[in-house]
Design a protein around this ligand. Structure first.
Ligand code: AMP
Length: 214
């Protein structure tokens, strides 16, 4: 399946995408993860993206399209993909359409997750990430088994991301409203949009007969 997951930061796009990969051989593609890996590795791409990312702003459409044009043509995408965090602007969505047409591919659906602002802020300010392997924790709902130690890789670098401070989150939500929310109408016009109103992912997962592993 070829699905776009649309929704503000903290809506659960990554969790749903990961769960949907249990359905078939589709791969989750998160532009945020690709960029964070580039920043951590100190590559040229990482250097270009770093400042915008820490402030909660978007990196340029050119940079993102450069990444995605390459990524979507890799072999593991043939079985399908779940796009998590892309597209995020109308120009990205238009460029994706052109790219898919060129590749002879079609999207199956755009799943939009709608969630109240207070739930997002609570979810993101309590989120922690393992700086080594990327595993996600939550200080309230999913702390590591041993305080400060990653369950997956054993690292003791469980950190709050720069862009998960209250200031950066507020900015990311403004950026979402201004630049990404218009994609909802864009995909409504294509007939692909499915919107789910939820602050709790369990009904969605039940409907999809999927389990959340965190
Ligand atoms: P995410 O983990 O999806 O919230 O992405 C983290 C950050 O990476 C965002 O706040 C942006 O700075 C950048 N980013 C990720 N995906 C995109 C995109 N499609 N367009 C522009 N910037 C992006």
């Amino acid at each position: 399946m070829k699905i776009i997951l649309l929704g503000p930061p903290g809506a659960g796009k990554g969790t749903i995408a990961k769960a949907l990969t249990q359905y078939d051989a589709s791969v989750q593609i998160s532009t945020g993860d690709i960029l964070r890996a580039a920043v951590a590795a100190g590559t040229e791409l990482g250097k270009q993206a770093e400042a915008a990312m820490s402030a909660g702003n978007l990196v340029t459409d050119e940079l993102i399209m450069g990444i995605m044009e390459q990524r979507l043509q890799e072999d593991d995408c043939k079985a399908g993909y779940l796009l998590d965090g892309f597209p995020r602007t109308i120009p990205q969505a238009e460029a994706l359409q052109v790219l898919l047409e060129k590749m002879g591919e079609k999207l199956d659906a755009v799943l939009e997750l709608q969630i109240p602002r207070d739930v997002i802020i609570d979810r993101l300010t309590t989120r922690r990430t393992c700086a080594q392997c990327g595993e996600i924790y939550n200080v309230k709902s999913k702390p590591p088994k041993v305080d400060g130690v990653c369950d997956v890789c054993g690292s003791n670098e469980i950190v709050q991301r720069d862009d998960e401070t209250v200031e950066a989150i507020n900015n990311r939500l403004e950026v979402y409203q201004a630049q990404t929310a218009p994609l909802s109408a864009f995909y409504q016009n294509t007939g692909l949009l499915v919107s789910v109103q939820t602050s709790d992912l369990s009904p969605v997962m039940t409907a999809l007969k999927l389990k959340i592993d965190n």
